[in-house]
Structure formats: structure tokens, C-alpha cells
Design a protein around this ligand. Structure first.
Ligand SMILES: [Zn+2]
Length: 240
């Protein structure tokens, strides 16, 4: 058997931390996942075996190719929805990390005419349009809503297009980023934005960030991603 090339230890430990942070911040629960592209081989990505994110250790991290197949499973069972990750990495060379979640405040925007839009500077990354993936278009009227094969993953990736965040109707959402810290930030603040937008809509008509404001706010916040990351990490008891 070919000798296994080991993934970058720092990337692995950030990915484990990301799993725990996303659980601690209420983005994932027993379900949902976060992956990172292998920084030593862009044709592969790292994703935990099929367990709750809050319990992930480095031993649970598996490596996959861009067809969504495990490189060396060693008896570990992968997530059914790993094709979300493999197909987005195929279509988007700029994407280095992905979060898929069912974070609750976001879900209503996937099933109504209310668009999820940036309500404050922290969520400028949402941009002008948050695409909505309709699984019936790709999988017909009788799926179980899960992205369980390459075809559905590819359709989701096409809906995401060049965006940073996409809603999945009746299911959840996907956030993408240029690194683990950025995608964790985006997944957390998409949930915060969804809550604030609902609150604001009760009070009256909302003035959202315009395109320029959203782009500039995103650029500024991308420069300080380490600050919230260190705080979120410190809050996680399982990482101490
Ligand atoms: Zn899901």
C-alpha cells in the first residue's frame, strides 16, 4: 500500500477547533459539518467521520477526493452529505473551507419570499443576493432533502455560483470561505444576521447594506478574523 502522506497538523487542529466552535455557538448540533481543502493537495479535502461535530477529534478526520470518496476510510463511516463539499471544491478553486448546517434562524429564509440580506456590517459577506437551492429542480419531488450523491451536490454548487452563502430550501444552508476561520465567521454571522433581520422586520421597513457597503465591510472584517476566532476557541470547554 502506498505510504499515506500526512495532512498539515495545524490545519487538522483548526478543523477540530472549528467543529467544536460551531457546536458551541449554536450553528451545528448533532448534525451539520465543516470541511477544509487539503493545503498540500488541492484535489483532496478533510472532513470528520459521521459523528456529532462537538465530539470530533483529530482521529475522526478523514480525507476525501473530489468525487466524495474516502482516500483511506479504515472502517470509519463518512457523512452521507459529503457531496456538498466535494462538488463545491470541484467548482470553486477559490474555496478552501465549507460549513453545512441547519442553523435554525436561517431556515425560514429558504422557504419564504423573505430574502436573507446583510442587515449590518458584520454580515457584508452575504452580498446582494443569497441564492436558494431548490432540491426539486435537481432531484424531483420525492427526495429526503439530503445531498446524498454527486448529481445533487453539483446542482447545489451551481446554485451557490460565486456567492459566499446559499440557502437550501427546507433543509439549511452552506457557507464557503478562503479558510477555516473565515468560513466559521460566516456561518456564525449568517445565523446572527437571520435573527436580527427577523427582529427588524417586526419594527418596519429595513434599510439593508448596499453592494458597496457590503463589499467594504466584508474586506475590513476579513482582516480581523483571528480576533473572534481566539475568543470562540477560548469559550469551548472541550478544547481546554
Ligand atoms: Zn444537511
Amino acid at each position: 500500500m502506498a505510504r499515506q502522506r500526512k495532512p498539515n497538523a495545524e490545519l487538522l487542529s483548526d478543523l477540530v477547533a472549528a467543529n467544536h466552535i460551531l457546536f458551541n455557538e449554536g450553528v451545528v448540533d448533532g448534525f451539520g459539518h465543516v470541511s477544509a481543502r487539503d493545503d498540500r493537495d488541492s484535489g483532496r479535502f478533510l472532513l470528520a467521520r459521521s459523528i456529532a461535530p462537538g465530539t470530533v477529534t483529530t482521529r475522526d478526520i478523514m480525507e476525501f477526493d473530489l468525487e466524495g470518496e474516502p482516500v483511506d476510510a479504515r472502517g470509519r463511516r463518512p457523512y452521507l452529505e459529503r457531496f456538498i463539499h466535494s462538488e463545491i471544491y470541484r467548482l470553486r478553486p477559490d474555496v478552501q473551507a465549507i460549513v453545512h448546517s441547519h442553523s435554525p434562524s436561517v431556515v425560514p429564509y429558504g422557504v419564504t419570499g423573505m430574502h436573507l440580506r446583510p442587515i449590518f456590517h458584520m454580515s457584508g459577506f452575504l452580498g446582494a443576493v443569497t441564492p436558494i437551492f431548490e432540491i426539486r429542480d435537481a432531484g424531483g419531488p420525492a427526495t429526503d432533502m439530503l445531498i446524498r450523491d454527486r448529481k445533487l451536490g453539483a446542482a447545489l454548487a451551481r446554485t451557490l455560483g460565486s456567492a459566499t452563502f446559499a440557502l437550501m430550501r427546507g433543509h439549511g444552508s452552506v457557507a464557503v470561505g478562503a479558510g477555516i476561520r473565515q468560513v466559521v465567521y460566516r456561518a456564525i454571522y449568517a445565523e446572527v444576521n437571520a435573527k436580527l433581520q427577523l427582529e427588524a422586520s417586526r419594527l418596519g421597513e429595513i434599510t439593508f447594506l448596499n453592494d458597496q457597503e457590503a463589499a467594504r465591510a466584508m474586506a475590513t472584517n476579513d482582516g480581523v478574523l483571528d480576533r473572534p476566532w481566539e475568543l470562540w476557541k477560548r469559550r469551548v470547554k472541550t478544547l481546554r
